[in-house]
Design a protein around this ligand. Structure first.
Ligand code: TXA
Ligand code: MG
Length: 310
């Protein structure tokens, strides 16, 4: 099937209330018509996703934004101008056209305009906003290739767009109340601060209170134990016969047989989820990266995926 035909088929399926997987510039999404409660219910069921964990609504243009979100502030407009289409998800007041199942029962809605041409084309052809979480079973690493989607959901209709560009999910920012980053992602905190210098970073629950429901749940777990280290010497003390060591290219020389995750933060972000899915025996020992720019997003994901952090 050629790509155009696959997109057209997927659009038809979405209009009929079915679920399809599609590429975005961050990770693959598991999409359904965001305005169709029955279709959205299928996404929750397929993923095994808790009902209180809301989905991101993907839109193709400003007209579609106006159908799902209200109270669009000047600061939101500046963020959209700078980062849309692209990997920034903004939380707005929800409009009544969006069923409450899509937003996990919340009065606000997370929206993003993806940059991937296949995603944009699909939204346009379907003519409806698409609610899409990452196309992995709940708790597993997000899929950055069509093969990862099929590993978790062998019977799903997937549009193959090759490897995704960023490899980590969108950054989530709330503009309901004081601006706050709720999930680190493909756009760094530093880049957001260029537009909102005082933005808060609330990416971890405080006690039992999570600013975003996704913060409460186990994430990104590989099928074998993963130990994260901040220091190469501590890592070395933990090496066993069946350990696989992963680190930055510039740290390879510290170990006798480590595997490179890439050199720049962009490369490492691009590769990280595929690496977590690759190894199925033994245990992973990963040397952390500096906590700056996209490195901070990579560390956030590794800390959540880890069995233990040393
Ligand atoms: O890059 C991405 O964002 C990918 C692609 C497919 O677009 N999608 C994605 O969706 O990562 P998901 O469902 O895996 O993660 C969405 C996150 C969750 O942590 C969820 O709790 C949070 O966004 N979220 C969604 N709606 C929210 C809302 N109304 N208020 C607070 N947090 C929300
Ligand atoms: Mg996810």
């Amino acid at each position: 099937m050629n790509a155009q035909f696959k997109i057209r088929t997927a659009a038809r399926m979405l209009k009929k209330g079915e679920v399809v997987a599609f590429p975005t510039e961050t990770v693959y999404g598991l999409g359904a018509n965001a305005l169709d409660a029955n279709a959205v219910a299928k996404v929750f069921l397929l993923k095994g996703r808790p009902a209180d964990n809301p989905l991101i609504v993907h839109i193709g243009d400003d007209r579609m934004l106006a159908t799902v979100a209200g109270s669009i502030s000047p600061i939101a407009k500046r963020l959209m101008k700078r980062f849309w289409p692209g990997p920034l998800t903004i939380i707005f007041r929800k409009k009544s056209a969006v069923p409450s199942i899509t937003t996990g029962g919340r009065a606000d809605v997370a929206v993003r305009m993806p940059k991937h041409p296949v995603a944009l084309r699909l939204i346009k052809e379907a003519g409806v906003p698409i609610a899409a979480p990452s196309a992995n079973r709940s708790g597993r690493p997000s899929p950055t290739a069509a093969a990862h989607v099929l590993e978790d959901f062998p019977n799903l209709f997937v549009i193959d767009g090759g490897e995704t560009q960023h490899g980590v999910e969108s950054t989530v920012i709330s503009l309901v109340g004081k601006p706050a980053i709720l999930r680190l992602g493909a756009i760094s905190v530093e880049e957001i601060r260029e537009i909102i210098p005082a933005v808060a970073v609330k990416t971890r629950p405080v006690g039992n209170v999570a600013a975003s429901p996704g913060q409460k749940y186990k994430h990104y777990a590989p099928s074998i134990p993963l130990y994260l280290f901040r220091n190469a010497d501590t890592l070395k003390e933990h090496v066993k016969k069946d350990s696989v060591i992963l680190c930055r290219e510039q740290d390879l020389k510290r170990f006798t047989n480590a595997v490179s995750l890439g050199k720049t933060n962009e490369e490492i972000a691009h590769n990280i989820y595929a690496a977590l899915r690759t190894y199925k025996n033994g245990e992973l020992l990963i040397l952390g990266v500096p906590n700056k720019g996209l490195g901070r997003t990579v560390m956030d994901r590794l800390e959540k995926a880890a069995t233990a952090v040393f």
